[in-house]
Design a protein around this ligand. Sequence first.
Ligand SMILES: Cc1cc2nc3c(=O)[nH]c(=O)nc-3n(C[C@H](O)[C@H](O)[C@H](O)COP(=O)(O)OP(=O)(O)OC[C@H]3O[C@@H](n4cnc5c(N)ncnc54)[C@H](O)[C@@H]3O)c2cc1C
Length: 425
Amino acid sequence: MKKAIIIGGGISGLSCARYLAESGYKVIVLEKEAVLGGLARSFSINGRWLPITYRHVLAPDKVTRAYINKLGFLNQLRWIKSNQVFWYENRSYLLSLPQHILRFNPIDLRSKIKLLNFGFYVWLKKNWDDLKGIDCDEWLTRMVGENTKEILFQNLMDIKFNMPLSSISAAWLGKRLHQSCRNINRYGYLKPGWQGLLEKLGERGIGERGVRIVNNFEVTRITSDCVIEGIGENGIRDCLSADIIISTVPPPIFNEIVDLPDKHTLLVQNISYQSVIIFVCGSRKKTSSYYWSVVLKPHLIFGGFFNITELALEINSEEYIYYFYTYIDWEKGIFQYDDERIKDIYLADIKKLFPDFSITWHRVFKIKFSQPVFNRDYNNPPIELTDKLFLAGVYRQYPRPRTMDAAFYSGLETAKHIVDKYGKG
Ligand SMILES: Cc1cc2nc3c(=O)[nH]c(=O)nc-3n(C[C@H](O)[C@H](O)[C@H](O)COP(=O)(O)OP(=O)(O)OC[C@H]3O[C@@H](n4cnc5c(N)ncnc54)[C@H](O)[C@@H]3O)c2cc1C
């Protein structure tokens, strides 16, 4: 009988747990939050579950769709088709089709033609490994020219990473753009919300021995002899041992809690993360018929927003639900402000675009480790740090974008690796 402990009850942890349990392992998942799902978890408002961040599945997300099917949620998957909107100096533009690009007036005709060619190139190119080690600044200057690079891509990277293009991997951006093009503006959402899928993914009683989920348990130390220390409910300290440990927590957290010689952890050490603030609110004001709006200019506190109403609610709902997002360094002042102060800052900037905007309710989520920064020298950490300590998570999937799909895939990949190595439980 093999016992595996998984640290983290996000999608990577839960997909790993399920596969190991189905393979006969005894599995314990330790999750520090009260709710399962990690970045994909939900909160409850007015009798329904809403994700803490905007949350859609895209057409190319094959692994996520396979899980939706396997767990019996396919008939609840609703798809909408919606263009992405780009706000530039108080005008909104679409950029999904060739005719939209021709109408994107912040750039001249020559730049429009270059951007069109670039769109076709990104659409057709499947393998992006040849761009590993190349930065976006060099690549985009060559592909679209200086002006488009600044107006479109530098603004987008400011919104997403708050970083110069010279630090961002061209392989990552290329792959991401390719997926967006291939998606053809289709976004999927589970009608009753995502929490049911996550609970089902982590359900007890899978396989012979089952998965045991321990919520409200924060792991504080992992030792080289496979012992885990942590703090459980009511602040009670506990100590557990296992044959195998799988960590799915972001590397900056892992580095703090792991107690191993440097030679094992060196490869996990230089991964930096971007933080995000999500301002979720209900409003009677319809701001846009489109699902996803990006604000390139002027620079507001938020880089864009999602109107998830059509995806998440009945079509005739009188309320609209918005997710405004700000990718930011967590050291920045606003990350430390209280929720009310953050609300006032968001509302002031939302009113610059929509003067009569008001809200019926709101929530603020501050997420310190929202996404690994895939810079041009990024290397995936190994799946196996020692014979007994394994890793899973989106930070192992570069250059794939950090989606739920990458998390499902990573959890499964690590579980299969363990079963290949040690056999069925
Ligand atoms: C703003 C935002 C929007 C997104 N939107 C989408 C989207 O629309 N579509 C999409 O496909 N993907 C989206 N993603 C990406 C997706 O949510 C993540 O890639 C995925 O959920 C990551 O799963 P994970 O299990 O690898 O990591 P996580 O979800 O980070 O899981 C790690 C888990 O470990 C737990 N943990 C941390 N420290 C400890 C500890 N010491 N002890 C115990 N437990 C611990 C955490 O609480 C967490 O549950 C979005 C992400 C963000 C940030």
